[in-house]
Design a protein around this ligand. Structure first.
Ligand code: ATP
Length: 265
């Protein structure tokens, strides 16, 4: 047993005949922002869905604050873990404000109404996600990126110690990607929270995350500090792409250069 916020112990998960995750061990601690990376279909979303308690592993245990997630009532899990997934499954025409208020539901008594604090957190989250001007619009009638920011705001309003981002910024413009991930990073550092994000864009992940976890063939291929793991060797091993990795002094972060034909040498 560890004192990690989230812990995966021997997690395996099967989709049909294919074993997607094969005995994965991983720990996620407070005060750190983790990036999960790897090729399409490798199991990144599956892994975070197991962490969030949305999927039951075939073997192994996912724990939240030392207790198996599947032994914790869903409402308690929702008080501790907020998830921002990609926004295509929003089907009902709730207003943007009502969707953000849904983030407060795990904290409001079943027959109670939102308190002043709930309303304040909702307004703050909408402000951070830059959607105050959309508050009364049906969420089905805003753009894909605006809907994504609504789901981001909902998770921020949920105000949990753990935040899981599943390609949460993939369809956001640069400005909103930078501002929302800055807010997440600040919460992780100032408020000692834990964030775990699935990213396709390695350079965005490198700007904000402290630790990388690369998946390949159902296993954790490489994991650790960004400075130690974000190397041309790792990117070749995991993605089969030749790259250059540069140290950017102004942001103090590593950035990857890609070339269509690959770099040689
Ligand atoms: N609902 C589902 N039913 C059956 N198989 C699924 C389902 N969702 C995903 N899979 C399969 O499980 C495997 C892992 O999918 P997952 O979505 O976790 O991968 P990922 O690494 O997040 O991929 P991507 O980078 O493409 O988003 C893939 O082979 C995928 O085809």
């Amino acid at each position: 047993m560890t004192d990690s916020v989230l812990h995966m112990d021997g997690i395996s998960f099967r989709r049909g005949k294919r074993e997607v995750l094969k005995s994965i061990d991983a720990s996620f601690e407070q005060g750190l922002f983790y990036a999960i990376l790897g090729p399409n279909g490798v199991g990144k979303s599956t892994l975070v869905e197991i962490l969030a308690g949305h999927l039951e592993p075939d073997a192994g245990t996912a724990s939240l604050f030392g207790t198996p997630v599947n032994k914790i009532p869903a409402r308690k899990v929702a008080q501790a873990v907020a998830v921002v997934a990609q926004s295509h499954d929003v089907r009902f025409a709730f207003s943007v404000r009502d969707v953000v208020m849904m983030g407060r539901h795990p904290h409001i008594d079943r027959f109670g109404s939102p308190s002043e604090d709930d309303f304040r957190l909702v307004e703050e989250a909408m402000n951070v996600a830059d959607i105050l001007h959309l508050a009364d619009r049906p969420v089905t009638e805003v753009s894909g990126g605006e809907r994504q920011r609504t789901l981001f705001a909902r998770a921020l309003a949920q105000d949990t110690p753990v935040l899981i981002l599943d390609e949460a910024t993939s369809n956001l413009d640069m400005k909103h990607t930078l501002s929302l991930l800055s807010v997440v990073k600040e919460k992780v550092k100032r408020e000692n929270r834990c964030a775990v994000g699935v990213f396709q864009d390695i350079n965005t992940a490198a700007l904000f995350c402290d630790r990388f976890l690369f998946l390949k063939d159902g296993h954790v291929a490489v994991s650790g500090h960004v400075d130690e793991t974000l190397t041309p060797e790792t990117l070749w091993e995991v993605f089969g792409v030749k790259t250059r990795v540069m140290e950017d002094a102004s942001t103090n972060s590593r950035q990857v250069l890609f070339s269509p034909g690959g770099f040689h040498g």
